[in-house]
Ligand binder design. Sequence first.
Ligand code: UFG
Length: 339
Amino acid sequence: MSILVTGGLGYIGSHTVVELLNNNFEVVIVDDLSNSEKFILDNIEEITGKRPIFYPFDLKRKELLEQVFDAHHVEGCINFAAYKAVGESMVKPLDYYENNLFSLINVLQEFKKRNISNFIFSSSCTVYGQADEMPIDENTPLKEAESSYGKTKQMGEDILKDFSKAYHKKVCLLRYFNPIGAHPTALLGELPSGIPNNLVPYVTQTAAGIREKLSIWGDDYPTEDGTAIRDYIYVVDLAKAHVAALQKLINTENETALDIYNLGTGTGSSVLEVVKAFEVANDVNVPYQICPRREGDITIAYANADKAERELNWKSETPLEEALKTTWEWQKYLRSRDL
Ligand code: UFG
């Protein structure tokens, strides 16, 4: 069965492609390389022994997308292609709406036209905003996202709900918490593009001496050590959830199935805990300084992922320290390639 993976050379996309290939799906990747590199395709092949079909273009180019659907018997899609930098989205909102939503709609138009079902959407826990109660389950009320990036995720979810209902399509929305780590082979991971915004890439680059010091954004949150709490989920565990969600969609007879799952570990870790865990796991030092809070940050978010365990038979398995070890190995690999 052929699955279209948009953004399949990106961070979560590439790990998911590996899991799909390991589960005998055929994979067609469309990725415009705007935040990924072509060598990832070679590395996917090195890991799996299979080379996915790859088209390098922007999904806003409808005529090229049509040709992909003409050439392959696509029977499902996992949609990763999107811009994802929260801060950047606030200064370039139109780029975010245009890129994230038009690309999505173009793929959905093809699904509608060709009567294809089984669509998985990369959503985010950002749709919950600062929830009133922890842990966050799928029934936790949504709050208007603070960033334009977050709004594209909320709008994407709404578009897919309507799409499923109106055209009788099987859809799954996966709400990721904070993905971290790299493939155990150290051949896939998050690629640095400029100064990292996210915690773990910044910690890693600081340990590697690329950055002088980590800035910890705020130690006056109402948490035990004063730093903000998130649910850090290992990217390979996350990738496996996509395969489980896809298999469930394929097997369901309900033509308007709309599944929603939180994908997290169920445990919150503070910024300081992550820094310490990284130091211990990798026997390195991470210099840091405490700075004022970052605008738009919430205090705490961690998942109740019981629904995914119940319905997908999936749960996060990899402890934080182990995930942080893979990040360090990936950093060494990048250095060995001068990246
Ligand atoms: N942090 C620092 N210093 C840094 C980077 C981050 O202290 O250099 C802190 C942040 O203030 C936050 C925590 O580390 O408390 C995690 O920050 P990240 O940027 O790694 O992750 P966020 O939780 O802010 O954002 C993530 C995803 C977004 C998504 C959001 C939903 O990156 O795509 O979760 O809450 F929208």
